[in-house]
Write a protein that binds this ligand. Structure first.
Ligand code: SF4
Length: 695
């Protein structure tokens, strides 16, 4: 049966941007020839958006027909020559030739791959296979390391499974109280707000659009969310809110955690976090007396050098209150990138194989090697994490060639000026993208790709629901899908077999590779997704109903119980001092997505938010003698960025904020890494702020 389901509204597909993966119709497939009139209409059958879209979604079709998209491969005649159009044959021959030469001279790991959390499941899977089987390099990681890795490590540790929301998103509406730590869904994914029906508690250094809707806003000092969570748990235990029956029946390790939070009395936590004791008590009372409650974390709590422990502390609080595994209650992580969930399940992470398997597990290697038709001994071991990989490029022991798919690290990596230097030091940089991003502009070869509505593919949204993005429009003749690019390169590297350019064929292989793993897709087919409007993994067989709420009866740990893990607060990697007296935190604005490579090229979005800004408190503005619109320079130990001031009283006195969708902001951020997840400390570093002399 065909999965194409044309209706009068157009082809039923999903938004190209964030992890909510709002359902939409795209109509006017002949619009490309007619001069570009494609129409987006929201779908009502996808619960995540239920008929809603944000500004990004409404304008998503523009890039499909935009003149700024790439329509032919580009390459340089020499390192210093400009990018010029070349044929596909020439482009792929050149990439394969350079790869073979580098590997012959410097070894397999001389060539690395950098993937993306926006790639479809099929592409993420094929990219991991391409690296391990065609390139036989261990050097692959992806930008999801900068997004989801802290929550993933913490939830694996506590629950034995990492699924952003281990319940349907519609369950959130059942909760009487929701605490959101470091998430600003009113800007990042506005249709999420429809699921927040009752009392909202927000933890954020800024009074964001989301915080403005909260009954209680805990305006925490950047980098102290962990201390706050410990303080909340201390109050929950000492004031009798802990659910002893649940703790006894469904968890292990509570006694050690109870002892570890004994020293985190509220007054001490107030001194560290700046959150008044009364507000902490109110938050615990609201959560502890609610019939149903949820604790959710976002990047604000996670993008820290102690991100795993911070999420763990919030999970400990949720467990003490008896929330996870109860319908309408729980802990969840609000995934960010479009396929942030699926992108981390199928093997583009340095330490993972498909099915969310560990690459150092002999049984996992044997299973995946059998699906791939190779000897397990041929599979490389774990590689470097994203920042460590970028940091090693072009160095003595690091990769000399890099293939980038669906990512723009020049804008999005921490300490970005340094990362740009490393990219410039490469012998070979290849970028596959549909626009000339800042990273693509540096490349030796640029490969123009199809976009979201030009091909079939599956995405796994923030609920772990596998969705089908249907093709709605024919791509321009001279662009290729990433799958076709990988097939073309693999053939030139001596791997004719096993690299199909057909998404359904790749998905069927992915199903087999994931079978028996934590993220088991074996029972999910394109037809089934279409019929059931998405299927929740794990779904080990076609007659398995899928798993909307995997923790209801037991947790997927060896003993079926969730694990309390004692953690302790530690300071930020770079604290404020006399030279750099303010905290910088970064985040998103409504009109833009990720590095802005796509949204900055959409007219209405660019008009809505044309440039970055520095949000600073009115008292600081007065001291600097600046008003909104004046230019200021923000400087950290790694670099400077210049932007217009936006004066407010909605941010802490000690903190400034910049959105990260433009080049420059991440020149400031600190690549100090979490020891477990290797997440950089994007969300806090020390800066000074000065009036710009340049007018
Ligand atoms: Fe929905 Fe996110 Fe797309 Fe906005 S960007 S329409 S919230 S999927």
């Amino acid at each position: 049966a065909s999965v194409m389901t044309p209706v009068h509204l157009g082809e039923a597909t999903h938004c190209p941007y964030c992890a909510l993966q709002c359902g939409m119709y795209v109509s006017g497939g002949s619009g490309r020839e007619a001069g570009g009139t494609l129409t987006v209409t929201p779908r009502h059958d996808i619960p995540a958006n239920g008929g809603g879209l944000c500004q990004k979604g409404w304008t998503a079709a523009e890039l499909l027909t935009s003149g700024v998209r790439l329509t032919t491969p580009l390459a340089r005649a020499s390192r210093t020559a400009p990018l010029s159009p070349v044929s596909w044959e020439e482009a792929l021959d050149r990439v394969a030739g350079a790869v073979l030469a580098l590997q012959a001279e410097h070894g397999r790991d001389a060539v690395a791959v950098f993937g993306g959390g926006g790639l479809t499941n099929e592409k993420a899977y094929q990219l991991g296979k391409f690296a391990r089987v065609a390139l036989r390099t261990s050097q692959i990681d992806y930008n999801g390391r900068f997004c989801m890795s802290s929550a993933a490590a913490a939830t694996n540790r506590a629950f034995g499974m990492d699924r952003g929301l281990p319940f349907p998103i519609t369950d959130i509406a059942e909760a009487d109280v929701v605490m959101m730590a470091g998430g600003n869904v009113a800007e990042t994914m506005p249709p999420f707000l429809r699921h927040l029906r009752d009392t909202l508690i927000v933890v954020d250094p800024r009074q964001t659009r989301t915080a403005k809707q909260a009954a209680l806003h805990l305006k925490v000092t950047p980098g102290t969310d962990l201390a706050l969570a410990l303080g909340l748990l201390h109050i929950a235990i000492t004031e009798g809110y802990a659910d002893q029956d649940y703790i006894a029946a469904r968890t292990t390790g509570f006694d050690a955690v109870r002892e570890s939070v004994a020293a985190w009395w509220p007054e001490r936590v107030e001194r560290i976090t700046g959150v008044p004791v009364a507000s902490m008590r109110q938050a615990v009372h609201l959560l502890g007396t609610a019939r149903k409650a949820m604790i959710l974390t976002g990047r604000g709590a996670e993008q820290h050098s102690k991100g795993v422990d911070t999420v763990t502390a919030f999970i400990n609080l949720a467990l003490a209150l008896g929330l996870p595994g109860r319908a309408g209650s729980g802990y969840g992580c609000i995934t960010g990138q479009g396929n942030g969930q699926g992108g981390r399940e199928h093997g583009q992470k340095a330490d993972q194989l498909p099915g969310y398997r560990r690459i150092d597990d002999p049984a996992a290697r044997a299973h995946v090697a059998a699906v791939w038709g190779v000897d397990p001994g041929e599979l490389p071991g774990p590689g470097r994490s994203a920042y460590e990989l970028l940091d090693a490029l072009g160095t003595g022991g690091g990769p000399r060639g890099l293939l980038v798919f669906g990512s723009n690290p020049v804008v999005s990596a921490p300490r970005a000026a340094h990362v740009t230097e490393r990219l410039a030091a490469l012998d070979l940089l290849v970028v596959s993208d549909f626009v000339l991003s800042e990273t693509a502009a540096m490349a030796d070869v640029v490969l123009p790709t199809t976009q979201w509505a030009e091909e079939h593919g599956t995405m796994t949204n923030l609920e772990g629901r596998v969705l089908l993005r249907r093709q709605a429009i024919t791509p321009p003749p001279e662009v290729r899908s990433d799958l076709a690019i990988l097939a073309g390169l693999a053939a030139r590297l001596g791997r004719e077999e096993g690299f199909s350019d057909d998404p359904r064929t790749v998905f069927d292989e992915l199903r087999r590779a994931s079978a028996g793993g934590v993220a088991d897709y074996a029972g999910i087919t394109y037809e089934r997704i279409a019929r059931e409007t998405g299927v929740f993994w794990p779904a080990p067989s076609e007659d398995h109903p899928g798993t909307p709420r995997p923790f209801l009866d037991r947790f997927p740990t060896p003993d079926g119980r969730a694990r309390f893990v004692p953690v302790d607060h530690r300071p930020v990697a770079e604290d404020v001092d006399d030279d750099y007296p303010f905290y910088l935190t970064t985040g998103r604005v409504l009109a833009h997505y990720q590095s802005g490579a796509q949204t900055r090229r959409v007219r209405a979005l660019n008009e809505a938010a044309p440039e970055p800004y520095v949000e600073l408190h009115a008292d600081l503005a007065e001291r600097l003698g600046v008003v909104s619109g004046d230019m200021v320079v923000v400087t950290s130990r790694r670099g400077s960025a210049r932007a217009a001031a936006r004066v407010t009283r909605a941010i802490r006195h000690d903190t400034v904020f910049m959105p990260f969708h433009w080049e420059g902001v991440n020149r400031l951020t600190n690549p100090a890494l979490d020891p477990t997840s290797r997440m950089p400390e994007f969300k806090v570093c020390a800066v000074r702020v000065e009036r710009s002399d340049e007018g």
